[in-house]
Design a protein around this ligand. Structure first.
Ligand code: MG
Length: 339
């Protein structure tokens, strides 16, 4: 097995702002695993919230020796060995997991959704995310998101009411709200969620800091809207402890170390009676399409990461009025754009 990597700077159509900060570009690392004349593609979109950067991914992959593994089908063994170095580097590990799965699908000549026995007709509608911005820009973004029937709104600021008013001036679409840990007290979270219950909101993602699980559980008992974990649900083993505080979990491949554990996380959540959302970071269509193959197992999707960028280097999943349409090519099924 030969591993090659290359870096790519994604440019955002609009600077993307959430409660923690703002970005206008994002560096991702593309992995290529070649074996027996077949090349599997993977991607790492590092998440600074969990201590990962392009530099840490580069280090991790440069120090990786896959020569001990002659067979890319040995995903369990390979991914377990990558985990022996400790807890972090989840996006770097995901880039290997994705490339191995892509290689397997291409070698077998089937798309990943078929490899897992999933129905391509059962992909959900993806929301489209409106980042924090000035009211005029928010209104322009809502108009640009016309093709998407559901919007996800970033809140968790001092200006939440103003942001939601700007959105509601332009659209009656159902909204999903992500506070990204931005409401720091139980009282604030309770007040904001009770207000959102009257604003056509379907659920609220990560209202409070991940460290305040007891506070989140206190809030959840007092509200009607489902509460979904994101910053609290990193790996599959996080899920059982979230049952009191959350109704569902947001799976992202860049947190879960990839597709193998992503599938485990979904099954863990289901066995805990929880809902499943499948989300993403700012990433190319490669990472997005990989996640989309699992989406028939999810209740909700938020896979707009590549749609927020202006220079996606791949063609993969496409959106039909927001619905995810999976490619029928083998593996993850993305191809590099020409030119
Ligand atoms: Mg989130």
């Amino acid at each position: 097995m030969r591993l090659r990597t290359w870096e790519y700077d994604l440019t955002l159509k609009h600077p993307f702002t959430i409660s923690r900060g703002s970005v206008s570009t994002k560096t991702v690392i593309i992995t290529e695993i070649e074996h027996d004349g077949v090349t599997g593609l993977g991607e790492a979109a590092p998440i600074s919230r969990y201590g990962e950067t392009a530099a840490t991914v580069r280090d991790f992959l440069q120090n990786l020796d896959l020569s001990a593994f002659p067979d890319p089908f040995a995903v369990e063994e390979i991914m377990a060995s990558l985990g022996r170095t400790g807890e972090g580097n989840t996006a770097a590990r995901a880039s290997i997991d994705l490339a191995l799965h892509d290689w397997i699908g291409k070698t077998l000549g089937i798309p990943l959704y078929r490899y897992w026995g999933l129905d391509r007709a059962k992909t959900p509608v993806s929301s489209f995310t409106i980042g924090i911005d000035e009211p005029e820009v928010i209104e322009a973004k809502v108009r640009e998101a016309e093709a998407y029937p559901v919007l996800k709104v970033k809140l968790g600021t001092e200006r939440d009411e103003e942001i939601l008013r700007a959105i509601r001036r332009c659209t009656e679409k159902p909204l999903r709200v992500d506070a990204n840990e931005g409401w720091t007290t139980r009282e604030e979270a309770l007040r904001k969620i009770q207000w959102l219950e009257t604003e056509g909101v379907e659920f609220v993602e990560q209202p409070m800091p991940a460290a305040d699980l007891a506070g989140t559980a206190w809030v959840r008992k007092r509200v009607k809207l489902p509460i979904v974990a994101d910053e609290n649900s990193i790996r599959a083993h996080d899920v059982p402890d979230l049952r009191e505080a959350f109704d569902g979990v947001n799976l992202k491949l860049m947190k879960s170390t990839g597709l193998r554990e992503g599938l485990q996380l979904i099954h863990t959540a289901r066995s805990c009676g929880m809902s499943v959302m499948i989300g993403c970071m700012i990433e190319t269509s490669l990472g997005i399409t990989a996640a989309a193959h699992l989406s028939p197992l999810a209740d909700w999707a938020d896979l707009d990461g590549s749609a927020l960028t202006s220079n996606d280097p791949f063609d993969g999943v496409v959106f039909d009025r927001g619905r995810l349409i999976l490619p029928d090519r083998p593996g993850i099924g993305v191809v590099k754009k020409q030119g």
